[in-house]
Design a protein around this ligand. Structure first.
Ligand code: MTE
Ligand code: MO
Length: 190
């Protein structure tokens, strides 16, 4: 039996929509940096050149927006989140991650989901550099969780002991957001 491709309550779309809560932030690559901080042995701040010199992986991942659309079969290239873990050595107490974005967005996820085998900080989509509307220069992409967890325009990754709600989680979305369990909304958030 092959595993289902489409999570419950989702419809396939032909083209990847563009969705964000506010505008596309203006990012000057000479000033951009990725700060990895919180419960880590070594805090790190990477320049664009430093980030782009990290080893990369290429994965095929479907994306599923909580509003009901799914785009199947996207190819993403970027830095594995496991590479980020190797860089900073999170402390054993770290169990959650908050991802911070240049547009003021943030989203929280369990460390185990952040470190899923195919999870990555993507710099390319379908062989081309990310466009500004899809998160240039760097966006998170995590499998199995609704696409709101895949923050665009990432500038910070914070390792935490306690779970905290991000932008949508504070507005009623689920703290985990697993697509197969249909974890769309959470009552338990705050
Ligand atoms: N920084 C940031 N990341 C974000 C969002 C946002 O508003 N700001 N929206 C999320 C939501 S709800 C979705 S569905 C996807 C959309 O990504 P796309 O525009 O590349 O399709 O980005 C996610 N990441
Ligand atoms: Mo979404």
């Amino acid at each position: 039996m092959s595993s289902p491709k489409l999570p419950p309550g989702q419809k396939v779309v032909e083209h990847l929509p563009v969705l964000h809560f506010d505008g596309i932030p203006n990012i000057d690559i000479s000033k951009w940096s990725l700060r990895i901080f919180g419960l880590v042995k070594e805090e790190v701040e990477l320049s664009y050149a430093e980030f782009m010199s990290l080893p990369r992986i290429t994965v095929n991942l479907d994306v599923h927006c909580v509003t009901g659309w799914s785009k199947l079969g996207l190819t993403w290239e970027g830095v594995s989140t496991r590479e980020i873990k190797r860089l900073v050595h999170p402390s054993p107490e770290a169990r959650y991650v908050m991802v911070h974005s240049a547009d003021g967005y943030a989203t929280n996820l369990p460390l185990a989901d952040f470190l899923a085998e195919d999870a990555l900080l993507a710099v390319k989509l379908n062989g081309r550099p990310l466009t500004p509307e899809h998160g240039f220069p760097v966006r998170l992409v995590v499998p199995e969780l609704y696409f709101w967890k895949s923050a665009k325009w990432v500038v910070g990754i914070e390792f935490m002991a306690e779970n905290k709600p991000g932008f949508w989680e504070a507005r009623g979305y689920h703290m985990r957001g697993n697509v197969w369990r249909e974890e769309r909304h959470g009552k338990q958030n705050l």
